[in-house]
Design a protein around this ligand. Structure first.
Ligand SMILES: N[C@@H](CCC(=O)N[C@@H](CS)C(=O)NCC(=O)O)C(=O)O
Length: 210
């Protein structure tokens, strides 16, 4: 049994935990970071020198930090040829969408967190949120075009490609009062939202914040 260190509502923990839920493997998640603290605990820093979340820990003290590699490691171990494509080109496509999503969609998430939850009310600025939505819309337009003729990012089934973009898209779809409409992204989101693991680890975990 492995452990995942990290509070359930951290966006990168959400990404890893949705993956764990899809895999259906035995695990223990430990509330860590954020309001639970522990980031600077020397023993935790031994596991993850960044003090960030999530951290995967296996028996024998083997650890992986960085949510993307955590997802890739778990899916290679427990779901090679299914969630993690075996074919090298398919795998490169899944990796491509994972990295692209983490690089290009994280910005709106940071702005949403600050201006919907973290900043004192009098410092929250709708214009900053609006600008982040506009910037993210350029990225969602790319996703929308890609999803026009396939139900999932790598074709007919869910793969590792979905975890970063799919987990962040819950916040895109539900946190701002309005956003540009991308019909293929919305249909893909509905497909994800119908999955029990997404409901448990993305929707429920995020709701606890609000
Ligand atoms: N690139 C890292 C980012 C890790 C990260 O910044 N995680 C956030 C939570 S989503 C964190 O540790 N924040 C400090 C905290 O919650 O205490 C990853 O993908 O794992």
């Amino acid at each position: 049994m492995f452990k995942i260190w990290g509070r359930a509502d951290g966006s990168n923990v959400v990404k890893a935990m949705w993956c764990v839920g899809e895999l259906g493997v035995e695990h223990e998640r430990i509330d860590w970071g954020g309001r639970f603290g522990g980031n600077d605990d020397p023993e935790y820093r031994e596991k993850n020198p960044n003090g960030r979340l999530p951290t995967l820990e296996e028996e024998g003290g083997f650890t992986v930090w960085e949510s993307g590699p955590v997802v890739r490691y778990l899916c290679s171990k427990y779901s090679m040829g299914n969630l993690y494509p075996e074919d090298l080109r398919e795998r490169a496509s899944a990796d491509k969408w994972m990295d692209w999503s983490s690089l290009n969609l994280a910005n709106f998430n940071g702005v949403f967190l600050d201006h919907f939850f973290r900043l004192p009310e009098d410092q929250r600025d709708p214009a900053v949120v609006e600008a982040a939505i506009e910037k993210a819309a350029d990225m969602y337009a790319i996703l929308d075009k890609h999803l026009a003729n396939r139900p999932y990012l790598c074709g007919d089934k869910l793969t590792t490609a979905e975890f970063p973009a799919g987990s962040l898209t819950y916040r895109w779809m539900t946190w701002p009062d309005s956003r540009p409409s991308f019909p293929n992204v919305e249909a893909w989101y509905e497909r994800l939202a119908a999955r029990p693991a997404y409901q448990e680890h993305v929707i429920k975990a995020n709701r606890k914040r609000g």
